[in-house]
Design a protein around this ligand. Structure first.
Ligand code: ZN
Length: 246
């Protein structure tokens, strides 16, 4: 019932309903018990009906505690791991805060995300802009994650790997760490640029120009869950959404 390539239902809920109605009629006509009324099947049908397009059928939301464990498993903020740390922290906190699926999240351009006065983060997306307030804990704050990633990205876009390696140690956010909010002190300059905000990374801290593949968010959730000892079963890129979290 699930397409192995996409993880999505291979047939619609309405089609399954029609099939089970036919099966029920045929069995009843022959004086047999209706297999479509079996509790295991009615539970499965309920799951199929509740699956929204684009969401994996068996995807489960990360609890708040599990989400914090994923963030705690990020690499250290030292060279060159800081590049991966800051990119991945932005992906995790932004997906959590906006609820955007992986494709739309990775499609965001530099121009589409900026700090506003609250201090908050404005994300221009269809059908309307989203405003993200800073989180209580600095590590979970999408605005801090944005500022810290932009420090890295702006240098990489200006002078590439060599300049980033040279200037990393002197980044203003390095003196703040995760004990306080970087977003309360630093503001990333607005860049009206169509280049993607989230980039593919190469080994050793080099930042590419292209956006990662949509599957990257899924892989990222799995990698940090594994490192944090969070059970992988049912986890996908969509597990970062809070709309279904208990
Ligand atoms: Zn913050």
């Amino acid at each position: 019932m699930t397409d192995p390539a996409t993880g999505r239902p291979a047939v619609s809920a309405a089609t399954v309903d029609r099939w089970s109605a036919v099966i029920a009629v045929v069995h009843t006509a022959h004086g047999l018990p209706n297999p479509a009324a079996h509790p295991a099947l009615t539970e499965l049908l309920r799951l199929v009906r509740s699956a929204r397009p684009g969401r994996k059928l068996i995807s489960r939301p990360l609890t708040g505690a599990e989400y914090r464990r994923l963030l705690a498993a990020l690499p250290p903020d030292t060279w060159p791991e800081a590049v991966t740390r800051r990119r991945d922290r932005l992906v995790l906190t932004l997906a959590r805060g906006t609820g955007l699926g992986p494709d739309r999240l990775l499609d965001l351009s530099l121009a589409a995300v900026r700090q506003t006065d609250a201090p908050a983060l404005r994300v221009d997306t269809e059908p309307e802009a989203l405003l993200l307030a800073p989180a209580a804990a600095p590590l979970e704050c999408p605005v801090c994650a944005f500022v810290q990633w932009r420090e890295i990205l702006d240098i990489a876009d200006r002078g590439g790997y060599a300049l980033l390696e040279k200037e990393y140690a002197a980044l203003p956010s390095r003196t703040i760490g995760d004990a306080a909010h970087t977003c309360a002190v630093l503001t990333a300059p607005v860049r009206d640029c169509a280049a993607p905000l989230v980039r593919r990374l190469r080994r050793g801290g080099a930042v590419g120009q292209a956006r990662p593949r949509p599957r990257a968010v899924n892989n990222l959730v799995h990698a940090y869950a594994e490192r944090a000892g969070v059970p992988l079963r049912g986890l996908s890129a969509f597990s970062l959404r809070t709309d279904t979290a208990p």
